[in-house]
Design a protein around this ligand. Structure first.
Ligand code: ZN
Length: 120
């Protein structure tokens, strides 16, 4: 399962940046998922929860942001949002376009719990 190995990679990234003692303080991991990355967000969340369950990262949640797929046209230098897998420039009709975002996944932020908040 594709998402399972991606979830595993995300956890490895968290482990690189967060010292072991602070693992339990990780509340959320923000990732950007490109529209055309082929990653199914629900499936990724499910995989992540399954892996961290019962570990020090057990209370961490994935916070997924979707990134639109943006293409740049080599003909008129315009940029447009690609839909599906057809990248025809709406400005000039050129098919000489390049996907410049929306095809990958990146971890952008890891939120740790702040100092405990006093609740009434
Ligand atoms: Zn164009």
């Amino acid at each position: 399962m594709h998402e399972l190995s991606i979830a595993q990679n995300i956890i490895e990234i968290v482990q690189q940046y967060v010292p072991g003692a602070a693992m339990a303080d990780v509340r959320s991991v923000r990732v950007r998922v490109g529209r055309l990355s082929g990653v199914v967000a629900d499936s990724l969340e499910f995989s992540f929860s399954a892996i961290v369950a019962g570990t020090a990262l057990g209370s961490a949640r994935l916070n997924i942001e979707h990134v639109p797929a943006i293409c740049r046209c080599e003909g008129c230098k315009g940029e447009f949002e690609a839909t599906e897998f057809v990248f025809v420039c709406p400005g000039c009709g050129s098919v000489n376009t390049r996907l410049i975002s929306g095809s990958d996944l990146q971890v952008v932020d890891i939120d740790l719990e702040e100092a405990p908040v006093q609740k009434p």
